[in-house]
Design a protein around this ligand. Structure first.
Ligand SMILES: Cc1cc2nc3c(=O)[nH]c(=O)nc-3n(C[C@H](O)[C@H](O)[C@H](O)COP(=O)(O)O)c2cc1C
Length: 216
């Protein structure tokens, strides 16, 4: 027997109006992120869900933290030998979702994931505490492990070693920049008449972004 969750509610915080759309989606993204951060109770406001597909086209999604963005795209860091890293190596078309539910919003990105430079990886890796750097070395992310104890012992042994010895960023630990081809902004509306605007990148046009309102 299925259990029915009756959690219907109206979306009535605000509207996304044509008049506030910016020429590039990044400015609107910035405004929305600032507004979300101002809602103090939101944990991990930069969390985003990254969807990739495997070689058979089977999708998989996971949450990561967006660490920076600019007109080139959205950057996150990970183990590039992980499941997501292997997926991206085979097919670098990905989708991101920023689930900004506290503001009755979501932002959906489709784009191309490219590894960022070794210099940028170093800059971020070495800014992290030693414990996080060691964890990056200790974890073959996405691989099975026999037990929590095995994981902990490996970590503690490596930590003891690297407290005395210099540590280098593993070559497989680094960032991807997701360069958007489209970004949709969704704002929940009354009576399920949501506001949706899709920005699509058009390299040969000026301005580069064409905007369409989508039906809810
Ligand atoms: C709030 C949150 C933030 C996370 N941030 C990251 C991150 O920045 N990088 C990362 O590799 N994994 C992060 N993770 C863990 C991933 O969701 C995922 O478990 C891991 O990257 C392995 O994914 P994969 O096996 O699909 O490659 C985060 C998880 C949560 C819930």
């Amino acid at each position: 027997m299925s259990i029915f969750y009756s959690v219907r509610r109206e979306y009535d915080l605000t509207h996304l109006k044509e008049s506030v759309l910016t020429d590039t989606p990044f400015l609107l993204f910035q405004r929305w992120l600032d507004e979300l951060v101002a809602v103090k109770a939101v944990a991990d406001p930069t969390a985003m869900i990254v969807s990739t597909v495997d070689g058979k086209g089977m999708p998989y999604q996971r949450t990561v933290l967006m660490k920076s963005y600019d007109d080139n795209g959205f950057v996150f860091f990970t183990n590039q030998q992980s499941r997501k890293g292997q997926h991206i190596q085979q097919n670098n078309q990905v989708s991101l979702i920023f689930p900004w539910l506290a503001m009755e919003r979501q932002v959906i990105v489709t784009g191309i994931a490219e590894p960022i430079s070794a210099e940028e990886n170093d800059r971020y890796f070495y800014s992290r505490p030693l414990t996080s750097q060691v964890a990056a070395i200790a974890s073959a992310q996405s691989q099975p492990v026999a037990s929590r104890e095995v994981l902990e012992k490996n970590y503690q042994d490596l930590l003891a070693f690297y407290e005395q010895n210099p540590l280098k960023r593993p070559a497989h630990w680094g960032g991807y920049c997701v360069k958007p081809v489209a970004i949709e902004f969704w704002q929940g509306g009354e009576n399920r008449l949501h506001d949706r605007f899709s920005y699509e990148f058009e390299a040969n046009n000026e301005p580069n972004w064409s905007i369409k309102r989508l039906q809810p």
